[in-house]
Design a protein around this ligand. Structure first.
Ligand SMILES: N[C@@H](CCC(=O)N[C@@H](CS)C(=O)NCC(=O)O)C(=O)O
Length: 222
């Protein structure tokens, strides 16, 4: 088995880090965690140059070699552990799952900008603009399509846990923090994600963090 070290940022704020961490932990794949901190401005990660020239978290070190970017990490983990079935087994479901992850990876800029992940925060109603509402509506439609077409075998997007759920876990965190109103099916999906052991563990650790990153706290005065 390859030696895996996952380099992440703050658990309260780093939505990109949450994805591979939840993926590995929920799939019960052993890894060593290296946690780095953002600098005070939130613009860079202290010490990241040791791991990746891209200078962003997350990075997965596989036997000392870096894989950077959360989507590349997810694909690598799926390839290294085929027995974990981290993508849905059905080819059509798998195409949709890949598309959903790619859409999440490259889109939803308004939601990211106006509702930054902040697990400890509670900012009901903040960040809701026509643009963020459009992102929210698209996410809800996507979740509904996945649940209705492929979700019969469980409570998650493709029934059982997959990479897609790891990719949307930070969105679920945002919906909590900003108390975003969503229809019943999306609410149930959010509850299912929050009930995942790995997500609970991440939230618990995030709540213990003390670091304040101004860039991710547009609605907190300090
Ligand atoms: N597309 C990348 C984005 C990673 C990313 O933007 N990470 C942020 C933290 S959540 C970061 O490292 N920022 C520091 C910087 O930009 O210098 C991925 O999916 O891994």
């Amino acid at each position: 088995m390859p030696r895996l070290r996952l380099v992440i940022g703050n658990k309260n704020y780093s939505s990109w880090s949450m994805r591979p961490w939840v993926l590995l932990r929920q799939a019960e794949i052993p890894f060593e965690e290296v946690q780095l901190e953002f600098d005070a401005s939130g613009a860079s990660v202290i010490g990241i140059e040791k791991y990746s020239r891209a200078r962003k978290v997350p990075v997965l070190m596989v036997d000392g070699e870096p894989v950077w970017d959360s989507l590349a990490i997810a694909e690598t983990v799926a390839e290294l552990f085929p027995e974990k079935h981290l993508w849905p087994e059905d080819a059509k479901a798998r195409r949709v799952a890949r598309s959903a992850c790619a859409e999440m990876h490259s889109g939803f800029q308004a939601l990211r900008g106006k509702m930054p992940m902040n697990i400890k925060g509670s900012h009901a109603g903040k960040g809701l603009t026509p643009e963020t509402q459009r992102d929210i509506d698209r996410i809800v439609a996507l979740w509904s399509e996945c649940r209705q077409s492929f979700g019969a075998g469980g409570t998650l997007l493709f029934g059982r846990f997959s990479i897609a759920d790891a990719f949307f876990a930070p969105v679920v965190m945002r919906f909590r923090t900003y108390a975003v109103e969503v229809p019943r099916l999306a609410k149930e999906y959010c509850a299912a994600v929050e009930a995942l052991a790995a997500v609970r563990e991440w939230i618990e650790a995030a709540r213990k963090e003390k670091k304040f990153v101004a860039a991710d706290e547009p609605y907190t005065k300090k």
